[in-house]
Ligand binder design. Sequence first.
Ligand code: ATP
Length: 510
Amino acid sequence: MDFKQIISHCKEYGFVYQSSEIYDGLSAVYDYGPNGVELKNNIKQFWWKSMVQMHDNIVGIDSGIFMHPKIWKASGHVDAFNDPLIDNKDSKKRYRADQLIEGYCDKIEAKIKKDVEKAAKKFDDFDEAMFRSTNGRIIERQAKIDAVLGRMNKALADENMEELKQIIIDCEIADPDSGSKNWTDVRQFNLMFNTQLGNISGEAGKLYLRPETAQGIFVNFLNVSKTSRQKIPFGIAQIGKAFRNEIVARQFIFRMREFEQMEMQFFVRPGEEMKWYEHWKEKRLAWHKAIGSPESKLRFHKHENLAHYANAAADIEFEFPFGFKELEGIHSRTDFDLKSHQELSGKKLQYFDPELNENYVPYVVETSIGCDRMFLAVISNSLLEEEVPDSSGKSSTRTVLKLNPALAPIKCAVLPLLKNHEGLVNASKDVVNKLKLNVNVQYDEKDAIGRRYRRQDAVGTPLCVTVDHQTLEDNTVTLRDRDSLEQIRIAINEVNKVVTEKTDMNSLLN
Ligand code: ATP
């Protein structure tokens, strides 16, 4: 399905709404509806279970969104959490200079892709790598991309705003909205939102809304290591809201100004960070595969341009409907954060390693994933239109959300064949009352049974139980499987076990 269809499906079926919609919306903020909140909670639960509960050496915390303002000075966010901003003087639209340049390169890449696809159709034994490395036009285009990105990365690393503007001029990049090339200079824009404490005026009372959850972990390092008696290597995890004043926030819940992160900081001995960095890269990739993301839609992207705190970093990219984009970051953050907090707070943030008999500031490997981006990855990977036989055997199109059953908002729908039949309704409600102790279940009596099935397909419900006249005679019901469309009869007293087993999250944990 294309991106527009995914967005409208999310709205129509109660997954995601635009924030403040009745006031024409608030840009880049979204609300999760009744099905969305269930799916999002299941994603969070799967992350928490697999990262915290399945690891003896990882513990969780839940720190405040507001923190002492000095924390953001120490972390480098006050001085360096910037994006290069450029305005178009004619359209008055604002852009990130690096994204304009990347967009220019994406267009060239799309042309290369087209040529590759064309050639692939012509030859049966098509060798893409060979074609890319020998075709003159592709080599030329690829060289152009490499040169422009090389220049951009250097300019970003040097914080050279004039050079960024020059690249935009040299590439003749126009405003995607208006086509105008009338640009302002590029300048740095800090992405942190701030607010003011009520009882302290001026700079001293200036608070930031956290732009990442990680700092809440770093500043609790001593508390947690003392109270949990964990020995290095160990990790601290948390899930929580983060806020960034993104310059351009398009692409639905991919880039929001208020979003949720699931982060884990793993504290290790200095010098051992690369081993753990590789370990967590593999572990996190395996997690994405376990949740059902196909290997072909996942890839690593190594950072050439390292953030001020990192000595190695890679993204796990997912193929969203608008291309491969960052879904998760795995960063080797060195001892940068703990050391900075140690210096600014004056408190020793060290660990005594009993095996080495020495004190040191631990190194950190971080895994950081946006919950909302994961939600979008799951939805865009699962939402399909497919041809299936209808009740009369003819082919018809259905929209189905083929979610992993453990993630499905509703695990089972219970449907009486007729809505005005007391016996069927009562028997259905009995099934619901037993099921709801274990799973999220929905009772639905409205419309013909076929339409009810389709409604459940569209929200990803893996199983439907239909209660009919035979139920009243022999205590059996029909169990319909979302994916195979198979319908089998099972005893009522087996429903709970079958549904619970089929939708159990434990099956995904290894
Ligand atoms: P990007 O380059 O896309 O802006 P980033 O490199 O700044 O992302 P990180 O600081 O590494 O992102 O944040 C970790 C994760 O948090 C990202 O991989 C992403 O999943 C999520 N995330 C970051 N910014 C946003 C946002 N504005 N909206 C939704 N999720 C976000």
